[in-house]
Design a protein around this ligand. Structure first.
Ligand code: SF4
Length: 344
């Protein structure tokens, strides 16, 4: 069942300091955390009716939830309880830091029916973590992930690409992704590092000590990760930051694109199409893809069609119910297998 979320942003609550890239107020637009009364009012207004919330989660994002003062944390959790009791939501999701997880806090979260915890891992390279002021190590991420899994929580991991100190972005992203995949998370989020106003990263950029990735570089690093995680059965629930207006106002530089995930999907299809066309003569081809994947295969602004047209391949992309995931078939081989269908 696909989960829907009612998110509450608690910008920087519980954070022991500010990481080099982070401004949660700029990302979420929220200036201060909600009060428990505001949580109650929003749940009342926005959650489905009693008994109809099996696919809904109440989520607390944008800070280090398990590191905020205990009384404040419990007040947030208690505000959500009546809505879980009434079946208007099925559970609670939080995000926090790897070094703010221990058995005692997990027992408390379980009592309040938190069922999913997302850890901001960001990188699995200790030098990169230190340079960006994260204040935890890769080993702490491993330990926290293991504790969460052993305690029965759904585990989410968040990673960034293009952080200061990372070196070659495709290799660095792959190394962190492989290390995170080994922790067997249920979900992953991938965020290209953006330079936001007022952050340490902005200062480094202005001093010439940091150069953000271009959109093309970020896509080249992020796209293979989608395939890497999915091949291991790990759901990638977000690629790229979402803009609700506040982000772009505070964006100084970096690989922001409103449809970043679709760019990554297009890049994966371009690679797959190039492989499928390898050795074939230039000409006109029909390409079948799984339902709902035509626009990904065609690419943003029909970029993949233009790319292959410039090389002599005129492609027409159609949807075929016999295909799944990112499978593709070129016309002749597909027609042989599926003559009875109406794909072509
Ligand atoms: S990245 Fe996480 S821990 Fe660091 S300042 Fe932002 S919310 Fe706090």
């Amino acid at each position: 069942m696909r989960q829907r979320r009612l998110p509450f942003f608690i910008p920087h609550e519980g954070c022991p300091h500010r990481c080099s890239f982070c401004d949660q107020r700029a990302i979420s637009g929220a200036q201060r955390p909600p009060t428990p009364q505001q949580i109650t009012a929003q749940c009342e207004a926005l959650l489905p009716a009693s008994g109809a919330g099996a696919d809904f989660e109440i989520a607390f994002f944008g800070g280090s939830f398990t590191a905020i003062p205990r009384g404040q944390m419990i007040a947030f959790l208690e505000a959500a309880q009546p809505f879980l009791d009434a079946g208007r939501a099925a559970g609670i999701r939080i995000s926090t830091r790897p070094d703010a997880i221990d058995p005692e806090i997990l027992a408390l979260l379980a009592r309040y029916r938190v069922r999913a915890v997302e850890l901001g891992a960001q990188s699995m390279d200790d030098a990169v973590l230190a340079q960006n002021g994260r204040g935890h190590t890769a080993q702490q991420t491993r330990q926290a992930a293991q504790l969460l899994r052993e305690s029965g929580f759904s585990l989410g991991l968040q990673m960034m690409i293009g952080l200061p100190g990372e070196g070659e972005p495709v290799r660095a992203a792959r190394e962190t992704a492989l290390a995170l995949a080994a922790l067997q998370p249920d979900t992953v989020r991938i965020y290209p590092a953006l330079v936001l106003r007022g952050t340490q990263m902005e200062e480094w950029m202005r001093q010439g000590r940091y150069r953000p990735l271009t959109v093309e570089q970020a896509v080249a690093a992020a796209a293979p990760l989608l395939a890497l995680f999915e091949a291991k059965g790990i759901r990638v629930i977000r690629v790229g930051l979402q803009d609700d207006g506040a982000l772009r106002q505070n964006l100084v530089a970096g690989p922001y694109h409103p449809a970043f995930r679709q760019l990554c999907e297009g890049a994966l299809y371009r690679t797959a199409l190039a492989r499928a066309l390898d050795g074939r003569s230039p000409g006109a081809y029909r390409v079948a893809v799984a339902p709902g994947r035509v626009s990904d295969a065609v690419g943003q602004q029909r970029g993949n069609l233009a790319y292959f047209a410039a090389r002599g391949y005129r492609l027409k992309v159609v949807s075929c119910a016999a295909l799944a995931g990112r499978e593709i078939r070129l016309e002749e081989e597909h027609q042989r297998e599926c003559e009875e269908t109406t794909c072509f």
